[in-house]
Write a protein that binds this ligand. Structure first.
Ligand SMILES: *Cc1c(COP(=O)(O)O)cnc(C)c1O
Length: 418
């Protein structure tokens, strides 16, 4: 036991030496723009609660009602002990909201990616990922056993070269002729089934806030006959006429085989989802291991997510969305550089060095402002950054306060003079 702990202390020392140590900060208040952290009140620009729904009375009430009617726990996985009504109501609301045939909810976005990619792909398939996709997609790709190729971030030429390579390779492979067997945990593909190529990207990237060129990516995947999965974690509820996400905004929803999103960001609850065709959802119920072998999310989470979808669709939801974009625009108007055509609530300031990013975040905290320093392995080494995220719950004064605090840092942040 002692040598075990000694080894782990040593590893932690090494992490600390690289400026990469992470520690939990206890918060004694609900999520919101004001957090009480270790007794210190902080104006916060850290959460993904973009519409300020996590502690909204309407969503809270839906969660409380679900507890009163269905209790605290879910009892078992949904295929074991019966599938509770709140999960069905959520999935019906999701399918309607996304304008698709069906949807399936998972306990988290992470579990959604791992279960879905693992179900769809096997050893002889190929998965092509944008360089900056979320860790859960990378882990899912590895677990699936498929061959992984990575294209440079948002680089369509590089994506096309990977697609060309994949097509050549898939064509070379004869379909397997053996009868289905179970080897380890992976089921071998039934005989005669061809191998597949799946492209995966995010729509709005979680740590950079930039948008994927989804129209062009759809064009390429169609040209090469690949499948496309888009993770709308940071876009669900925010973009498009019906707030379905960036795919809707860019008019390509109907050309994406697998649409993924989370329920814990703009929707303020918890969980993840896949939306798409009926056979996709039925197949996942049968094959997604993170769905089959995991206790259902608590009824309160499903009810909260459903209430959030209804909120987002309402006139009140539209007002929230307008205040989010108003705050983002106010902040952007102070910045000299970034002029992206698509607004995003995520605004990173690249510092580079890990220790300097941590130091910058500490200086902001001295001024009662909380902006997280995001470091490896969340982003590449030497790409540490302050990740500002703005929400509809921030006021114009909050944005001014953030501006003032950022101006005091000397890491190249150059606000334009208003
Ligand atoms: C947060 C996030 C996830 C994971 O969702 P959780 O519900 O937090 O597990 C997946 N993809 C992206 C892009 C994310 O930002």
């Amino acid at each position: 036991m002692r040598s075990f702990d000694a080894e782990l202390w040593q590893r932690l020392d090494a992490i600390c030496g690289q400026g990469l140590l992470r520690e939990l900060r206890r918060v004694d208040s609900p999520q919101g723009t004001r957090l009480r952290v270790g007794g210190q009140p902080l104006l916060t620009f850290a959460s993904n609660d973009y519409l300020g729904l996590a502690n909204d009375p309407v969503i809270r009430e839906a969660a409380i009602k679900a507890v009163e009617k269905f209790g605290a726990g879910a009892g078992a996985a949904r295929l074991i002990c019966g599938s509770l009504a709140p999960h069905h109501e959520l999935e019906e609301a999701l399918a309607r909201f996304k304008g698709v045939e069906a949807a399936l909810s998972f306990s988290s976005g992470y579990a959604t990616a791992v279960g879905t990619i693992g179900a769809l792909l096997a050893k002889d398939d190929i998965i092509i990922l944008d360089k900056l996709v979320h860790a859960c997609i990378v882990d899912a790709a590895r677990l699936s056993g498929a061959k992984i190729r990575v294209f440079a971030h948002n680089d369509l030429d590089d994506l096309e070269s990977k697609l060309k390579w994949a097509n050549g390779r898939v064509a070379l492979h004869e379909p397997q002729t053996s009868t289905p067997t179970i080897s380890g945990t992976r089921v071998t593909r039934p005989s005669g089934q061809k191998n597949n190529v799946l492209v995966v990207t995010e729509s709005i990237f979680s740590m950079d806030g930039d948008a994927a060129p989804l129209r062009e990516i759809v064009g390429l995947k169609e040209k090469y006959g690949a499948w496309l999965m888009v993770d709308e974690a940071h876009a669900t509820g925010l973009y498009g006429k019906h707030r379905r996400g960036l795919a809707e905004e860019l008019g390509v929803s109907d050309n994406i085989e697998i649409q993924m999103g989370t329920l814990g960001k703009a929707l303020g609850a918890s969980g993840g989802y896949i939306s798409g065709s009926r056979p996709l959802i039925d197949f996942l119920v049968n094959r997604a291991r993170s769905f089959i072998f995991s206790t259902a999310p608590v009824p309160a989470a499903a009810a909260a997510a459903r209430a959030a979808i209804e909120f987002v669709e309402s006139a009140q939801g539209e007002l929230r969305r307008q205040s989010l974009w108003a705050r983002v625009s106010e902040f952007q108007s102070h910045l000299t550089s970034r002029q992206s055509p698509i607004l995003s609530a995520i605004i990173p300031f690249i510092v580079g060095d890990e220790a300097r990013a941590v130091e910058a975040a500490a200086r902001l905290r001295d001024r009662n402002i909380f902006v997280p320093a995001v470091r490896y392995p969340t982003v590449a080494r030497g790409q540490a950054r302050l990740r500002v995220s703005i929400t509809a719950a921030h006021t114009p004064e909050d944005i001014t306060g953030l501006m003032r605090a950022l101006e005091t840092l000397d890491f190249g942040f150059k606000p334009s003079t208003p």
